[in-house]
Design a protein around this ligand. Structure first.
Ligand SMILES: O=C(O)C(=O)[C@H](O)CO
Ligand SMILES: [Mg+2]
Length: 272
């Protein structure tokens, strides 16, 4: 059975952030993802999640200076100390809110920089971070992201993410397979899901319509076949990750826009 999590950085934009936990629960979500929750003390966020009866299943580590265009520190030259601080802060927050997963953004490759050197730095950073994750009991996630939404982002393809996870060989480093980014870069998402989900290296998925990043039922993503493939693989292999709803509701500027747009999900969910 498929399990969906509400991404509170994308959904329920009409409500203040801390009210979105209740909104998600009212719509039947048993789990949520929070992008960068660090402005809220972890105890307060945990209390809101507990009150609403939803689990936090994914947060992101601090990504550097987002407003200056930074999208993670892991591969950036000369930023090791900040990277380590961001992982320690992310893991501490994840432990306090009970999130079993922490997404670590790779960073943007500076113009003219060597990609090979950046990948080597990225792997060394992930290796260190995965050890910290193992100590904390939190799984670190790496996510290939498309270059249209995030120009220059270092990690764009599933194959490369899997090769990195395999080389590092930690049970606490896994791939976050965002089906929207996958569709935009790699095309046939059903084939990609059938190829990568059974490997055991994917610990979380996310979904959105393509190319607008609205509800999955808008656009070219064959979402029924994709979800059917995930469901089938879950039954066959015991894969039990969450599927994060990381999209901009088409009626996001209107009260109840998120809830109305969830019609695509009815009948597909499990709360376990
Ligand atoms: O952009 C995405 O798809 C993500 O999942 C990141 O966590 C946010 O940048
Ligand atoms: Mg994503």
């Amino acid at each position: 059975m498929l399990r969906f999590a509400a991404n509170l950085g994308f959904l329920y934009q009409d409500a203040p952030f801390l009210d979105r936990f209740q909104s998600a629960a009212r719509d039947g979500f048993a789990a949520v993802e929070c992008l960068f929750p660090y402005d809220v003390p972890a105890a307060e966020l945990r209390a809101r999640a507990d009150e609403a009866g939803v689990k936090v299943v994914l947060i992101n580590a601090p990504p550097g200076d987002w407003s200056a265009g930074e999208r993670g520190l892991a591969s950036l030259a000369g930023r090791d100390d900040e990277f380590r601080d961001s992982i320690e802060r992310g893991l501490d927050y994840a432990c306090h809110v009970g999130s079993p997963r922490l997404h670590v953004l790779a960073g943007v490759l500076p113009a003219g920089a060597s990609r090979d050197a950046a990948i080597a730095r990225y792997e060394a950073a992930l290796c260190w971070a995965a050890e910290q994750g193992a100590r904390a009991g939190v799984t670190l996630m790496i996510e290939p992201i498309n270059p249209y939404d995030m120009p220059g982002y270092l990690l764009q393809r599933q194959e490369e993410a899997h090769a990195i996870v395999e080389r590092i060989g930690s049970a606490h480093l896994r791939v976050q397979m965002d089906l929207y980014h996958c569709a935009r870069v790699e095309g046939d998402v059903v084939a990609q899901v059938r190829r990568w989900l059974p490997t055991g290296r994917v610990a979380h998925c996310q979904i959105a319509g393509v190319p607008g990043r609205h509800e999955p039922d808008e656009g070219s993503l064959d979402w029924r076949s994709v979800l059917g493939a995930i469901d089938e693989i879950s039954a066959a292999t015991g894969w039990e990750g969450w599927i994060g709803c990381e999209y901009r509701p088409r009626r996001g500027d209107v009260a109840c826009g998120t809830s109305d747009g969830l019609v695509w999900m009815r009948g597909l969910t499990s709360k376990d």
